[in-house]
Design a protein around this ligand. Structure first.
Ligand code: FRU
Length: 525
């Protein structure tokens, strides 16, 4: 407890402090939910215990690998280790043995494995493989060393595997040590032009990101720093990533994008992900002048996302997985047998908007569609005044799409996971031209004062149709509007599995077009 306390107060203070405050609130759950586990069926969850960030997303040895912040000893944060699972489609995951487990050092300190990256060292630049044809999978992580008396240190270290399962710690760790308490979450990629590894890593409390380069993953040189002057600083900055994306509606143009975790459009203590668009010349990142901060997702439960490294050459997608939760209440969510999950994998794309400004879209990867089962509802056009029950639709794992034709109705949308007066609303709100998710009456909201909430994302003011896709999975609602230009991700904890769905339009009629609702098949055992 002393160790945990010092971590909470010193190192990750602003991110973690709410954990303690809400432990008490956890006691007051809604009775009727006592038999619900809230385990989603097509979103990644650990077999048991706690998870937060995804780590080391990589394709290696004909498989996708997810590593993830994992507590082998319980369902709250602690003993941070890297859990591991593999997949052939980023949806159906097989659990593997823990890849990197926290340990005690001889001097009374302990080391935890904080977030990081995994790279495939195809040319064996590290020399870690001694056998021809054996390619090292290298995990570069933050070693979080905790000593009860002398405090905390965070430095960048590595471990490697030659079979994609068993990892050995490099014997000359740390790789980069600034002798500081908050220095974490390295993301590394291979830069072909300069034949170098590039690392982006965060100094969370300073709102600064650093770039380093290395020929061999072992010796690292500081290249430059970024940050400080732009973006949302309402929360510390963690888990940066950097990658290049072609602009989909501007032939021949591509831009570099930095994503990072920290800050939220509501800025009142919430957490989310921001991005910056610009250029990276191999040494320095220069941001384009855009109206920052820009956010990836306006919901409350999308954090610590990173993209996959080393996808097969024929796959040029940038695919992100994020932790579907918030430090504001993560420790007290009422799931049973596990705590924490990943949002559905999303493809990030870049486009130029109607004002000529670059923006990111994020949309579920096409592999999600393979888990569509029975088509429960299909309607090319339906006019709704008041509420209309979708009587062929039930169940709590669905993929829903429809188009809202904007009318003079003040609000038009869908009621999800409805049981009695409990419901989660997703709707267009004419008055402020936003798309909203309202989970204030979604079910069990009492475990944290921060949980019942309404999130909004601004819509284009052209009055055009709004194309909605919603992934519902038990405790998870992910809303993608207009191919992922507007995104809202929120956890919910309904009171019953017996639920219904209704379209609604207040006072006057709204037409919903191209409604399709699929039942989703399980991808996780
Ligand atoms: C982000 C984070 C990271 C850190 C990890 C610890 O959620 O705070 O910065 O490495 O979680 O579990």
């Amino acid at each position: 407890m002393t160790i945990l306390k010092s971590i909470l107060t010193i190192t990750l203070a602003s991110a973690f402090c709410q954990i303690v405050n809400f432990t008490e609130a956890h006691a007051q759950s809604v009775d009727s939910t006592s038999d619900l586990t809230y385990r989603p069926i097509y979103h990644f969850t650990p077999p048991q215990n706690w998870t937060n960030d995804p780590n080391g997303l990589v394709y290696y040895g004909d498989k996708y690998h997810i590593f993830y912040q994992y507590n082998p000893e319980g369902d709250t944060w602690g003993h941070m280790s890297w859990g591991h699972a593999t997949s052939t489609d980023m949806m159906k995951w097989e659990h593997e043995p823990i890849a990197l487990q926290d340990y005690q050092n001889g001097d009374g300190t302990s080391t935890m494995f904080f977030s990081g990256t995994a790279v495939v060292d195809k040319n064996n630049t590290s020399g870690l493989s001694k056998t021809d044809g054996e390619i090292p999978l290298v995990a570069i992580y933050t070693a979080h060393i905790d000593s009860a008396g002398t405090g905390i240190s965070q430095s960048q270290s590595m471990a490697y595997s030659l079979d994609g399962k068993q990892f050995t710690r490099y014997d000359h760790n740390p790789l980069i040590n600034l002798k500081t308490t908050d220095f974490r979450d390295p993301k590394v990629f291979w830069r072909e032009e300069s034949q170098q590894w590039i690392m982006i890593v965060a100094l969370p409390l300073d709102f600064r990101l650093q770039f380093y380069s290395s020929p061999d993953l072992k010796s690292w040189t500081l290249l430059s720093e970024f940050g400080d002057k732009l973006g949302d600083k309402s929360k510390i900055w963690e888990c940066p990533d950097i990658f290049e994306l072609p602009v989909e509606n501007e032939a021949g143009v591509s831009k570099w994008v930095i994503t990072l975790s920290g800050g939220h459009p509501q800025q009142n203590g919430n957490l989310g992900m921001q991005y910056v668009i610009g250029n990276f010349d191999g040494k320095t990142f220069t941001a384009d002048p855009l109206p920052y901060p820009l956010y990836l997702d306006n919901g409350k439960d999308f954090y610590a996302g990173i993209i996959f490294n080393n996808l097969p050459e024929s796959d040029t997608r940038k695919i992100m997985i994020g932790w579907e939760n918030s430090w504001e209440y993560a420790a007290t969510t009422p799931s049973k047998g596990f705590r924490g999950q990943m949002a559905a994998p999303r493809e990030l794309t870049l486009y130029k908007d109607e004002k000529g400004e670059y923006r990111i879209k994020s949309f579920p990867i096409r592999e999600v569609n393979n888990y569509r089962g029975n088509l429960l509802a299909k309607q090319s056009s339906v006019a709704v005044t008041g509420s209309k029950l979708l009587n062929s639709v039930s169940g709590n794992a669905l993929d829903i799409e429809f188009i809202i034709k904007r009318s003079s109705a003040e609000q038009a949308g869908i009621k999800l996971l409805k049981h009695g007066n409990y419901e989660t609303l997703v709707y267009y709100n004419k008055i402020d031209n936003t798309l909203k998710i309202d989970r204030t009456k979604s079910g069990n909201v009492s475990f944290s004062a921060k949980f019942p909430s309404i999130e909004s994302v601004p819509l284009p003011d052209d009055g055009g149709d709004i194309a909605i896709r919603i992934l519902v999975d038990n405790n998870s609602v992910e809303v993608f509007a207009n191919s992922g230009k507007q995104v809202l991700t929120d956890l919910v904890f309904p009171v019953s599995e017996k639920v219904t769905y209704e379209l609604f339009s207040t006072e006057v009629a709204t037409t919903f077009k191209d409604l399709n609702v699929w039942e989703m098949k399980p991808s996780m055992q």
